[in-house]
Design a protein around this ligand. Structure first.
Ligand SMILES: [Zn+2]
Length: 302
């Protein structure tokens, strides 16, 4: 099953020729999710061939402009393109008013339903789940209320060994038992162990997004052991003081969080003020070697 993250914008507040402000598109088991929607997001989606109408969930971390100024434009385009299917937006409470005002003053209206689910900001919460995935929010520490996100595959089923199953000429009613990791007993009372007819489930994957935030150890339990962590690293450690004052993080601090949370890999982003990413990478890798610096257009296979 597909689990991919496409980085649409890897920059901080100031767009540069190389980096757009924050936005990411995620396909997790054919659930299509947009995280943050800065200015330029529509162009980036177009450039990378993402179909707008596939997006079902939009997660907005907070109401600094470099994380949502592209949203009304994207929603308007979806409507112009004939969207009828509802969309769910997980966001701070003020966003609904902002979008409505922008539409009202232009006498515009959307031809589809927008369902707003407001962040609680105080606790970890599952905000969406179905059979295959779940979306979680948790509080970060920034100048204004800000949420982090985890997108997680649910536990997977045991995989049936087709040949062994056929050879044993078992009833098809055994399949749900084996898939759930349970033994099966047929009508005559004969028992069959799931271990003889299955391979263990594939590991469930997870992706965490933490932008923007101070160095904040309280998030560690929520992102513990994730397959991939995207963490902001707006500054280098030499500017640690400035990072703290502006409620941002340094590359070294992001790597420390990754190490303490025992994640598998780290992607650092939300950087605009640097022309090269070499120092960010070196700094982070000194603590957490499996680090990469995000760039626009980067496709992560989770
Ligand atoms: Zn911010």
């Amino acid at each position: 099953m597909t689990f991919e993250v496409l980085i649409l914008g890897s920059g901080a507040a100031l767009p540069t020729s190389f980096r757009n402000p924050s936005s990411q598109y995620i396909n997790c088991n054919n659930r299509h999710i947009l995280i943050d929607c800065a200015e330029g997001t529509q162009h980036q989606l177009r450039k990378h061939g993402v179909l707008f109408q596939k997006i079902e969930h939009i997660l907005i971390s907070h109401l600094h402009g470099d994380h949502f100024f592209g949203l009304v434009g994207l929603l308007s385009t979806m409507s112009l393109l004939g969207r009828k299917k509802k969309i769910c937006i997980y966001c701070p409470e003020g966003l609904e008013k902002i979008i409505q005002l922008q539409l009202e003053v232009g006498h515009a209206k959307l031809d589809f339903e927008v369902i707003y689910i407001f962040h609680q900001f105080k606790e970890h919460k599952i905000v969406f789940e179905d059979k295959q995935i779940q979306i979680e929010t948790f509080p970060l520490r920034h100048r204004i209320p800000t949420a982090g996100f985890v997108i997680r595959e649910k536990d997977k089923e045991f995989r049936i060994l087709g040949d062994e199953f056929k050879k044993a000429q078992l009833s098809l009613t055994a399949i749900p038992f084996f898939k759930a990791g349970k033994d099966f007993e047929d009508e005559s009372g004969e028992k069959f162990s799931y271990l003889d007819y299955t391979l263990p489930p594939k590991k469930s994957r997870s992706y965490a997004y933490c932008s923007d935030t101070n160095y904040y150890e309280k998030i560690i339990p929520f992102i513990q052991g994730v397959t991939c962590l995207y963490h902001e690293a707006t500054f280098l450690d030499i500017m640690k003081k400035r990072a703290k004052q502006t409620f941002h993080t340094t590359a070294l601090e992001a790597a420390t969080i990754a190490q303490k949370a025992e994640v598998q890999k780290l992607i650092i982003g939300h950087l605009s003020r640097y022309t090269s990413d070499k120092e960010h990478l070196e700094e982070a890798m000194s603590i957490f070697p499996n680090t990469r610096v995000a760039h626009d257009g980067m496709l992560l296979l989770i």
